[in-house]
Design a binder for this molecule. Structure first.
Ligand code: PEP
Length: 248
């Protein structure tokens, strides 16, 4: 079954609103490709200007975070309905930086997944392992635990529309990419888990990305693997290289 490719940039805490508008203009022609979903996941303050800047192009807007309540006394937070109203179609959930620095655990991430879906936003659910866990040979156990917990109460039809990103922590921002075989092994394991938890049709529909130092020179090799349907890109999403990844 053919799954539509999805290349998403994770801008992290980079780009002021005016820099964000300039980056959208710089990338506009480079990321044109009707066969791929192209998504910019941007800082909250950039969502409105980026949504305006990409209007009429093939680029979709994503967010990097939100809080699990719809509204109320949560000073400093942004809700999923607010994101939706601003034009957000995708949201990153469970990135290792949020798990580590902001102590987001799987019970909380499960609430985020359910809330994003309720608001009509597609989760890009990240799962990851540390170098220590890889060396201890528990990568797949750890990944399975995260996904099982994060998807509690999510239906097969909902999972079919989701994106899952495998992002080994040791490969994020380090320049150290997982080999295409290592990345494929885990992405295949994730698809097998979805088949176990739901059914084969759901496993065949869910899109699975690899993320971790993906760049213009290694993207084609990683994306040639049967279970890797796209990439979640940090550093390289902030420059012209992102266009080369989209077209890889
Ligand atoms: C990320 O943080 O989602 C990521 C993949 O970063 P990088 O591409 O910089 O490794």
């Amino acid at each position: 079954m053919a799954r539509r490719r999805i290349i998403a940039g994770n801008w992290k805490m980079n780009k002021t609103p005016s820099e964000a508008i300039a980056l959208c203009a710089e990338l506009e022609d480079l990321v044109k490709n009707d066969n791929v979903d192209v998504v910019y996941c941007v800082p909250a303050i950039d969502i409105v200007p980026v949504a305006e800047a990409v209007k009429g192009t093939n680029v979709k807007v994503g967010a990097e975070n939100f809080y699990i309540e719809d509204k109320g006394a949560y000073t400093g937070e942004i809700s999923a309905p607010m994101l939706k109203d601003a034009g957000v179609e995708f949201v990153i959930i469970g990135h290792s930086e949020r798990r580590e620095y902001f102590k987001e655990d799987d019970a909380f991430l499960n609430k985020k997944v359910l809330k994003a879906i309720e608001a009509g936003i597609t989760p890009i659910l990240c799962c990851c392992e540390s170098l220590e866990q890889r060396e201890m040979n528990v990568t797949m156990d750890w990944i399975r635990l995260q996904i099982k917990s994060d998807l509690a109460g999510v239906s097969a039809d909902q999972v079919k529309t989701m994106v899952i990103a495998y992002e080994p922590i040791w490969a994020i921002g380090t320049g150290k990419t997982a080999t295409s075989d290592q990345a494929e092994e885990v992405c295949k394991g994730i698809r097998e888990l979805i088949a176990e938890m739901y059914d084969q049709a759901t496993a065949d529909a869910v899109r699975i990305q690899y993320g971790g130092s993906m760049n213009a020179s290694n993207a084609a090799e990683l994306l040639s693997k049967p279970n890797i349907d796209g990439g979640l890109i940090g550093g390289a999403s902030l420059k012209a290289d992102f266009g080369q990844i989209v077209n890889a």
